[in-house]
Design a protein around this ligand. Structure first.
Ligand SMILES: Cc1cc2nc3c(=O)[nH]c(=O)nc-3n(C[C@H](O)[C@H](O)[C@H](O)COP(=O)(O)OP(=O)(O)OC[C@H]3O[C@@H](n4cnc5c(N)ncnc54)[C@H](O)[C@@H]3O)c2cc1C
Length: 467
């Protein structure tokens, strides 16, 4: 794959967003009725580099830009909770696209089939990029079969993952300097670009896949699984509102209190980042503009740790499996396979928060009820699943399954890397001990040293947790 300097090749200077773009096939821009923007992982209008690339190209070719989102029933791991959040984001996005004069088409079906159908009338297809296996497979399929130019744009990270590194990075220490070296090139504000040629209503008539948001809402209402979160609602407006509150009353103390699930204030941006309701560039820029003492720690999490996870998903084919953890960790866990476990729980007992440990149960209940567990508790939660499962493989599977089912930010590179971290990924060997081998261990006295763990249990009880 090559990174284009500009498209079509002409005398105009490349737009800064083109630094995020990758040409995916050998086709060229052709005469078409529109430029198609396939909104796949960045569900937003504002601060969307993929949409900006599509609009700039459409303006240059003097055609409208058409945006599409394809809702796929049976999307891997999707359920009522995650779909409701997604829908709330789409309602927001549709309004903003329409206000900007961009035709926004919602469809139901196989994403790559629907996009290929729309691509037949397109001059080019521009898509945003996610890093999971099935997303990359869709992009490959569209790129291979479309007969026009296909470009993907890394719209959901600060520094494009491919530009930062071309291999799996060992840890935050190895990727940090690479990200910091190029971050300044990607953080500047780029204004949203408006289309010069409006799409008329009949430009796209697709009788196979096209459906309204009401049709999608109807499918969502029939989805099974955990109920929608009572605390988190999707959409760009909600993300921006929450983030403004964090900037004014959380960021200053972020460095000291982020690991305290009782008094600490977090940004709560992870579900919005997962669905692309908000741009990480926007969040990073706004944080940097404050000059707050918490900015450095926040950028470390939002950019370095998050983009280390994207690197892990893109370059490690087993990112969501036990096989993906480092060889030293596998060897060490293997040599402690037959160590006696003091407690052993089944998947159902973990899911229903029926362990002997009130802190672990509180974390599980927080996730089950709210759809988002506090960050420090996630580490403890994952470590204890490893300690209380019959095998490390079973533990990994349990953690991935629960995380993806209940967390609004689940099914994300961050989730897979976070769970893999509990098994040694992006970490170093520690002093050897039972069950864990040389994988880092955590215990409840560590929690008590850091914060009032009993107050955390009370807090979750007040949400209705069965504790
Ligand atoms: C076992 C385990 C499972 C996890 N599962 C997920 C998951 O499914 N989805 C997910 O987005 N994150 C996951 N994380 C990482 C982290 O815990 C969450 O990103 C964080 O708690 C989200 O809350 P916040 O947005 O309020 O965070 P804030 O502290 O406000 O941080 C801002 C942003 O920085 C990023 N970030 C923060 N901490 C981390 C981290 N440790 N690693 C990578 N990025 C980070 C997130 O994008 C977050 O939104 C997991 C971590 C562990 C140990």
């Amino acid at each position: 794959m090559t990174v284009p300097a500009a498209y079509p090749a002409d005398a105009e200077p490349a737009h800064p967003d083109m630094k995020r773009a990758v040409i995916r096939n050998g086709s060229t821009v052709r005469k078409g009725r529109y430029v198609l923007y396939w909104m796949q992982s960045s569900h937003r209008f504002s601060e969307n580099p993929a949409l900006r690339c599509a609009t700039i190209l459409a303006n240059r070719l003097q055609v409208p830009v058409v945006a599409c989102f394809v809702f796929m029933p049976g999307y891997p791991g999707a359920n009522r909770r995650s779909c409701q959040f997604l829908l709330e984001g789409l309602i927001d996005a549709e309004k903003m696209f329409n206000d900007a004069g961009i035709g926004f088409h919602t469809m139901i079906g196989d994403p790559h089939s629907a996009v290929l159908r729309l691509s037949k009338d397109a001059a080019a297809v521009i898509m945003d990029e996610g890093y999971l296996r099935h997303q990359q497979a869709w992009y490959r399929e569209v790129s291979l079969k479309a007969t026009c130019l296909v470009i993907s744009v890394e719209a959901n990270v600060v520094a494009p993952v491919r530009k930062v590194s071309s291999k799996v990075e060992y840890s935050a220490a190895t990727i940090r300097p690479k990200i910091h070296r190029c971050m300044a090139d990607y953080i500047d504000p780029s204004p949203d670009v408006l289309p010069q040629y409006e799409a008329d209503e009949n430009l796209v008539e697709d009788r196979v896949y096209a459906r309204s948001l009401e049709d999608i809402a109807e499918i969502v209402s029939r989805e099974k699984g955990p109920s929608p979160s009572p605390f988190f609602h999707g959409g760009t407006q909600e993300a921006v509102r929450r983030f403004s509150a964090f900037l004014s009353s959380g960021l200053d103390a972020y460095q000291e209190t982020r690991n305290d699930p009782v008094s600490g204030v977090l940004s709560h941006m992870s579900p919005y980042l997962h669905f692309g309701h908000v741009s990480p560039v926007y969040l990073a820029r706004k944080a940097i503009e404050t000059d707050s003492p918490g900015t450095e720690a926040f950028i470390e999490e939002l950019v370095v740790r998050r983009e280390l996870a994207m690197n892990y998903a893109l370059y490690n084919p087993s990112y969501d499996r036990y096989e993906g953890i480092p060889a030293w960790a596998k060897r060490s866990l293997d040599s402690h396979r037959s160590d006696p476990r003091r407690y052993l729980y089944s998947f159902g007992e973990f899911e229903m928060a029926e362990t002997h440990d009130p802190y672990w149960n509180a974390a599980q209940e927080e996730m089950r009820i709210c759809g988002k567990m506090q960050g420090y508790m996630r580490m403890y939660w994952g470590k204890k699943i490893l300690e209380w499962s019959a095998t490390p493989e079973e533990a990994f599977e349990t953690a991935v399954c629960l995380n993806d089912r209940y967390e609004l930010d689940g099914r994300d590179p961050n989730g897979y890397a976070g769970i893999a971290w509990c098994f040694g990924t992006h970490d170093r060997p520690w002093k050897e001990r039972p069950v864990f081998g040389m994988v880092r261990y955590m215990n409840e006295s560590g929690l008590r040293r850091k914060f009032d763990a009993d107050a955390y249990v009370e807090k979750v009880r007040s949400y209705g947790g069965r504790l």
